[in-house]
Design a protein around this ligand. Sequence first.
Ligand code: SAH
Length: 233
Amino acid sequence: MTFRATVLTLYPEMFPGHLQYSLSGKALERGDWSLEAVQIRDFAADRHRTVDDTPAGGGAGMVLKPDILAAAIDAAAPEGDTRPKLLMSPRGRPLTQTRVRELADGEGCLIVCGRFEGVDQRVIEARGLEEVSIGDYVLSGGEPAALTLLDALVRILPGVMGNALSGVHESFEGDLLEHPHYTRPQAFEDRDIPAVLTSGNHAAIEKWRREQAEELTRTRRPDLWQRYLRNRS
Ligand code: SAH
């Protein structure tokens, strides 16, 4: 099954962006997923193709008009299209690997990229847009956020990553950050690869990696660590 992504944006030329390279790019060429970037401006009816207007109640900046955006959404996802409709937004629920996995298990998604001060609240409600944030900072537009979401999503689609196993032991899977990695040379400056990793003792290696992952999570991410402890007990 092909995962179908549709992105609504004022800058369709920003897509597929970095996703045309490396494994996601090869998967796109193979048709493991598809990407359509729709120009919101094409749905503006007036001579100047206006997509934004001043905020009701006053204040700085401009707001994306609900009628134009709704027309673009309805054209890109006609009735019967059951894909989740997302709006990249700093007010949204912070994106997690769990949500990424849920989306990747589905048939695709529609992603609206905001610009300016954001979008009219009524279109969010009327079209049931799920607001998704990629972190507690403000970007100038939703495009890099959409590319980030798609990057996380596409890499776990079936067949995209060569070694399927490398998706399993990673950071956030099972609420732990990943253990450190090493490769040759055996000695780098005055640092050696930890001896256990070259011991050939797989049980000891597993144990060491788990301890490292736990220690990293405990010290760097107390929030994840608490969740890990809760889920383990
Ligand atoms: N005035 C808004 C910010 C608008 S930023 C506020 O304070 O909430 C312009 C657009 O960039 C947003 O509509 C959204 O689509 C995108 N954006 C900015 N920061 C983001 C984030 N952390 N996650 C996802 N999208 C973001």
